[in-house]
Design a protein. Sequence first.
Length: 415
Amino acid sequence: MKNYDIIVIGGGPAGIFAAGFAAQHGAKVLLLEKNRRCGAKLLITGKGWCNVTNSETDPRRFSAAFGHNGKALLTALYAFGVEDTIRFFEQRSLSLKIERGGRVFPEKGNASDVQKVLDRFISESGVELITSCSVQKLHSNGEMLTSVETSSGQFSAHQFIIATGGLSYPATGCTGDGYRWAEQSGHRLVTPEPALVPVHLAENWTAELCDLNLKNIEISVRQNNRILAKRFGEAFFTRTGIGGPIILDMSAQIRDALKQGSVELLIDLKPAVTTELFDKRLQRELASHSNKVFRKSLSNLLPKDMIPLFIRLSEIDPEKKCHSVTKVERSKLLSLFKELRLNISGVDGYKKAIITSGGVALQDIDMRTMRSKKVSNLFFAGEMIDLDGPTGGYNLQVCWSTGYLAGISAASSSL
Ligand SMILES: Cc1cc2nc3c(=O)[nH]c(=O)nc-3n(C[C@H](O)[C@H](O)[C@H](O)COP(=O)(O)OP(=O)(O)OC[C@H]3O[C@@H](n4cnc5c(N)ncnc54)[C@H](O)[C@@H]3O)c2cc1C
């Protein structure tokens, strides 16, 4: 049986960083990936553009985006933070740019350029990589792990790093194997759930606006007349509902609220102006089209594709002259712009989830090293840990930071 200092299981961003940095610190490293190539999920990140990190460079503010678990991330962020990530890619000739919401993307390239940088990093660091190799079982002597059984044979090592990701987008290879092994070796698991998911709506008209991108809007989540969450930004309709960053970021609250009863969304298409001011704008618009038919009056106020829907929902006769639109009709139209109500019928599952929330409990990991508190030669990295952030590059940064820390910690234990 071939022996290594460190075996890393899972060739996603976290596993690649763990393996590469461990090897750079002098360890003999084997990286095992079940797909034909590393980073399958990476290729679909950021709609194919890969939002590699967020421009929030202050570790405290960055970690605050992860809620009450965020503090646990601080050591990893101080070890390898946002600026290190940016330097890592730029030093390897992939320049980056910052977009809306601090999202950091490749300036010219896309996700496959990020994948190429990572491929080069693994080979230049001297990592031995076996792809199309599924790890099936971990062996232990009762106290420590000793070897892994895989579809390509058995390998032994002094230290092991599990970075097998979560359960979302199972077609990318994420089938929760790491969760199973963690539980079997005595770690507590915070129940994994699909997170950052689009929501389904009861309204049957969303398909006609499929992929229409709405920018600079505000969406509130309401239950029993109480606003549970509110976000400003971007969203788009899907065939069965609505998605996009602001919906994904509120999806956990929506999922929890649905367990208590019905939930609705209120879309404000004109959040920069008050209802009173927008009413004046509507009046001006109708007056300027006074002798024209109503259906021709909304082009300055709405994306073209949305106009037929608004005419239908307003119940104003499309052939009516604008000067004869009544105050009651205008007020209904106004409420569509400022408070378009949508009824949520459910949230998507793992097939469409950007990440999996929950995972290996932070209490069972020494977050200063990423070492397990239950098995002394085992380390964890990436999405499989109970850390889930919002959209905007936060989740990949978790992989870079925890992958780096797990890699150098395992390397210093094995030398
Ligand atoms: C559509 C989509 C878009 C996203 N966009 C962004 C974005 O723009 N920015 C951002 O920050 N985050 C984004 N994310 C989230 C981000 O992709 C994940 O957080 C990240 O990939 C997790 O990395 P990881 O290394 O922990 O796990 P993964 O990337 O899931 O990698 C785990 C690897 O382990 C392998 N593996 C699993 N089991 C075994 C086994 N038994 N044997 C061998 N190998 C195994 C898998 O094949 C896989 O390659 C997106 C996610 C999705 C689904």
